[in-house]
Ligand binder design. Structure first.
Ligand code: S3P
Length: 441
């Protein structure tokens, strides 16, 4: 794939129906859980992006076979104790924070040592958040500065833990639940609410998980060790990928889009609720429960009278991956938008708060940023007519795709570098845009 894209004109009005690829969080979870099942599991519509392929490579290195074609992916699990690999086997998680964090949980009882590596961006990210609880379980971990590469070796006698997860990180919570699955006794996690796909998948598999809400925290209890059989799963579309098209439609005159079969788990739909508060025209159609997750078709119409938002704190984790897009919408809305307690954005594939601040300033938007907050002074008459070069974003796929949406919705001449980063999560992003009429060279 070439590395630079040029966009010199806005997209024209469109009225379309699209499908986006399978959800990334669910695809990675399915791969990891299927590697623990006894027997064959099959997934349909699994995301075939670099992050998902890194997860498949990881289980392969751990001795679990898979087969993949255009229609489905099959994994031949060998149960909770089924991994077999040589000492000092290297696993490269690529760009995937989710894979790198969750795999610690699966290695809780590994007899040999793994060396976990990642790409440049992942190697800058902090792993103390999973190292702490995993050491409580008894895992042996060696790292410099709590960053990759990290050496991980399990323990013969994992001990159940009682842990308070304060960041609202689904990766930390899920890593603990995967370790709990392989640990005798009851593990208890008190967690600031975050995406709950792992809990839902455990329930779907009838694993003994108990979840309740206490003092605004999720109280999760899990009693290991229970083997489970291979299972089939259809992975719904990714709301994070859909969001690029939701925002493009909102900001493009006289346009409409229907995005089919998207996962609309409440812990992920913060962007829809935020945009609706801002007066966006978005409706969910055909909502139904599928394998313990909600799916729906998302219908969006362009909206030209968007107003600013004082973003409720409870939205933060529910829209954690969508803030770059939300900030772009705020840049075109009437009034000042305010976001508090969003320092976690600094710990993503790139420091997304720093990136957003620079990006909006480039577009001529006034902003105020602190370590943990962001203010955007919207301009409903925003029109872009300069040349905008987007580079140096640590190859963050979402920063890259945001630039395409800004270019196509707002105009100007754009040169976007490192577009191969898009393969991390959404390989057919550019071809879907072209199908809507976008001119990209
Ligand atoms: C994810 C959780 C979130 C999110 C990431 C995927 C997951 O990270 O940003 O893209 O699948 O569990 P945190 O758990 O660090 O918030």
């Amino acid at each position: 794939m070439k590395k630079i894209a040029y966009i010199n004109e806005k997209i024209k009005s469109f009225n379309s129906k699209i499908y986006v690829p399978g959800d990334k969080s669910l695809s990675i979870r399915w791969i990891l859980m299927a590697s623990q099942a006894v027997g064959t599991s099959i997934a349909y519509n699994m995301l075939q992006s670099e992050d998902a392929l890194s997860a498949l490579n990881a289980i392969k290195k751990l001795g679990i076979n898979y087969k993949i074609n255009n229609e489905n992916c099959k994994i031949y699990g060998k149960g909770l104790n089924g991994f077999s690999f040589k000492n000092n086997t290297i696993i490269n998680a690529g760009n995937s924070g989710t894979l790198a964090r969750l795999i610690f949980g699966l290695l809780i009882n590994s007899k040999n040592q793994i060396i976990l590596k990642g790409d440049q961006s992942l190697s800058k990210r902090d792993f103390s958040r999973v190292i702490k609880p995993m050491r409580m379980f008894g895992q042996n971990i060696q790292s410099k500065n709590q960053k990759l590469p990290i050496k991980i070796k399990g323990t013969y006698y994992p001990k159940p833990i009682n842990f308070k997860e304060k960041k609202g990180s689904a990766q930390v919570k899920s890593c603990i639940l995967l370790a709990a699955m392989k640990t005798p006794g009851e593990t208890i996690v008190k967690s600031v609410p975050s995406r709950d796909h792992t809990e839902k998948l455990f329930k779907y598999l009838k694993l003994p998980i108990k979840v309740s809400r206490k003092n605004k925290l999720d109280l999760i209890k899990y009693k290991g060790i229970k083997n489970f059989k291979g299972f089939n799963y259809i992975i719904p579309g990714d709301i994070s990928s859909s969001s690029f098209f939701i925002v493009l439609t909102l900001l493009t005159k006289n346009s409409k889009i229907l995005i089919k079969n998207v996962n609309v788990n409440k812990s992920r739909t913060g962007i829809i609720d935020i945009l609706k508060i801002m007066k966006a025209k978005i409706t969910l159609k055909n909502k139904k429960n599928y394998n313990g997750e909600y799916i729906a078709d998302i219908f969006v119409k362009s909206s030209n009278k968007l107003k600013s938002i004082n973003c409720p704190l409870k939205m933060n984790s529910r829209s954690i991956d969508e803030f770059l897009l939300i900030f772009l919408v705020c840049a075109t809305a009437n009034g000042v938008s305010k976001f508090n307690n969003i320092g976690e954005l600094r710990n993503k594939e790139t420091d997304r708060l720093k990136f957003a601040n620079k990006f909006l300033k480039k577009l001529g938007i006034k902003t105020k940023v602190t370590k943990n907050s962001f203010k955007i002074y919207g301009n409903p008459n925003l029109k872009l007519d300069k040349t905008y070069k987007i580079e140096k974003f640590d190859k963050d796929h979402r920063a890259c795709m945001l630039s395409f949406i800004a270019a196509l919705a707002l105009g100007g001449k754009w040169i976007i570098y490192d577009i191969d980063s898009i393969n991390t999560s959404f390989p057919n992003f550019i071809s879907l845009l072209k199908n809507l009429g976008a001119k990209i060279s």
